[in-house]
Write a protein that binds this ligand. Structure first.
Ligand code: ADP
Ligand code: MG
Length: 398
């Protein structure tokens, strides 16, 4: 574990001891992720290329010794312990989820979905206590949500002796987020968090869930991947995410295909006749973005990471102009990074805020950092938080 990782695991342990008054049996953790390319393609059955990052959510856990069938969760985010009977989870989700604090729907939703997916009787497993601490920035597009889901999934699966593979655990995390939280997100984040590898990205086909490890080789090429967190908070449960998703479904329905994955750039002229201009641009983003993911994988394999800059830049332009999910802060971050010599840059994550990424030669990191900071100040935006991310391993027991 990194020094920060050890500190965060210790924070989870300390919280556990303080609030539950006993010792945990161990800690488990799962990372956030950065999506290198492939935005809003996941729920269109398309392609994505995320990698897990060094920032992780840790959970300290102990099974209850008193035979009580309850699950209790606590986080450094919140004062209160949320305490639910295991056999009440089924009644709680989704209809009565408003009865518990929003954050607790992520881990309790995972407990619910894990029991359901494995056909486990909630009265056949032991009650558990879980305490969470995290160094994944929240709402920055780095998927703190997948990190808490992934950490919960691996911790509970091991504790309850439920033998499911990583793809099944990712599907459980997604179900928790979609149904227990009510955020209509795809499966990319959970797959990245559960399958991540050091120095590599996960090339994921979101239809078949085939996942291939793609070497990134940033360090060998003298490159760093910088995150410029704008500090503008997004929410997936509200706002424009659902509207974009609906536009994609409309486009697929008009073309008579199951998902936009089945649409090629050649189909676009035909679609232009059939839908309004806004729907057309939404679809064009997804269709061209899918192609950019395939091109990025091929370019990485054949020419290495220094050659993917133009694809990152084209992805940003498509999100800004066609999908319209960028915000002025993200555009400013991308423009500043490119003008200071970044190889490529784009917003990452679901949009409407969050972070941009920039691929930067080692000796230009300071110049890019300074340029982004200066551009934000000149525009009157709050100072961004800028840090380097390292492609890292997925969820595991610490
Ligand atoms: P993102 O995944 O981009 O960080 P989301 O809105 O998808 O943003 O998920 C963030 C939400 O996940 C938080 O508002 C909180 O409800 C929940 N969450 C994430 N990490 C934790 C944590 N360590 N403790 C409690 N809740 C968390
Ligand atoms: Mg999220």
């Amino acid at each position: 574990m990194t020094a920060t990782g050890t500190r965060t695991a210790d924070a989870a342990r300390t919280l556990f001891v303080e609030r539950f008054g006993t010792e945990p049996v161990g800690t488990w953790s799962a990372p956030g992720r950065v999506n290198l390319i492939g935005e809003h393609t996941d729920y269109n059955d398309g392609f994505v290329l995320p990698f897990a990052i060094q920032h992780r959510t840790h959970v300290a856990l102990a099974p209850r010794e008193d035979g009580v069938f309850r699950v209790r969760v606590i986080s450094t985010f919140d004062e209160g312990i949320v305490d639910v009977a295991l056999d009440e989870l089924d009644a709680l989700f989704p209809e009565r989820r408003d009865e518990i604090p929003e954050w607790s729907r992520y881990p309790l939703g995972v407990a619910w979905a894990l029991l359901a997916a494995s056909g486990t009787d909630p009265r056949s497993v032991r009650g558990v206590d879980l305490a969470f601490a995290s160094d994944v920035p929240v709402g920055a597009g780095l998927s703190s949500s997948a990190a808490i889901e992934g950490a919960t999934a691996v911790a509970l699966a091991e504790t309850w002796g439920i033998d499911l593979d990583r793809v099944a655990l990712a599907q459980i995390g997604r179900r928790a987020e979609n149904e227990a939280v009510g955020a209509p997100t795809g499966i990319m984040d959970q797959m990245a968090s559960l399958l991540g590898r050091a120095d590599a990205a996960i090339f994921l086909d979101c239809r078949s869930l085939d996942a291939n490890v793609i070497d990134l080789g940033f360090a060998d090429a003298g490159l760093e991947l910088i995150v410029i967190d704008t500090g503008v908070k997004h929410s997936h449960a509200t706002g424009g995410y659902g509207e974009r998703r609906a536009a994609c479904e409309r486009g697929a329905a008009v073309l008579g295909v199951a998902a936009l994955r089945d649409v090629t750039p050649d189909d676009l002229p035909r679609l232009a006749e059939l839908v309004d201009e806004v729907t057309f641009r939404r679809v064009r983003h997804v269709v061209t973005e899918n192609q950019r993911v395939l091109d990025t994988v091929q370019t990485l394999r054949e020419h290495g990471p220094t050659a993917i800059g133009d694809l990152l830049v084209a992805s940003h332009a498509s999100m800004r102009d066609d999908f319209e999910i960028s915000v002025p802060e993200l555009d400013t971050a991308v423009e500043a990074a490119l003008s200071a010599g970044a190889v490529g840059a784009r917003m990452t994550g679901g949009g409407f805020g969050g972070a941009a990424i920039a691929l930067v030669a080692h000796d230009k990191v300071q110049a890019v950092t300074d340029a982004a900071t200066a551009a934000f100040a000149a525009a009157g935006f709050a100072a961004p938080t800028i840090f380097t991310v390292t492609p890292s391993a997925g969820a595991a027991r610490d």
